[in-house]
Design a binder for this molecule. Sequence first.
Ligand code: GRF
Length: 200
Amino acid sequence: MINIAVFCSGFGSNLQAIIRAVKKEKIKASLSLVLSDNKQAYALKRAKKAGIKTATIDPALFKTLEDFDTEALKYLEQEKIDLIVLAGFMRIISPVLINQYKNRILNIHPALLPSFKGTQAIKDAFDYGVKITGVTVHFVDERMDHGPIILQAPVKIDDNDTLGSLEKKIHKIEHKLYPEAIRLFVEGKLKVEGRGVKIV
Ligand code: GRF
């Protein structure tokens, strides 16, 4: 069975969707660890409630991204983690983890990459006035919001949408798309070829 670690910094609604999918056995894997860089993260409460092991690493104690990731690696090795799922994790992943977990780190981004990279993607798309935005799940490589794309789903922005209503629509799609992408990974159905990901 594949062991999954979910990295979160905040609210953890995607984590919750993943917990649900594992419980329902839509994803046949073990949720072995929830790791956070923020001890206040609500995601940690969700993990504890679900009986999942948690770890918090205080970034203030580490000089570089690499030092932080080396510490994270200890937990990952302890739990024999096969797949890292970033779900609202507000840190850059360094080569320490990228090399160790090549094509085994997933991220979800609330826009249709390569449009609207960065931490304000929903607002940026809304302010730009695009008619269609969406959600992307991708493998993580050394560049931010850049690795091979696994799944994307569009979200229409209507004239009467507000930033708040758009956020709701995006999150609803996220909570379906992320578990689906994780399921595909766990079932060995993702084949990376250069920038492309084939579903086999
Ligand atoms: C999501 O919108 C995700 O796309 C982005 O951060 C947000 C995390 O939300 N990377 P949550 O903590 O899962 O509720």
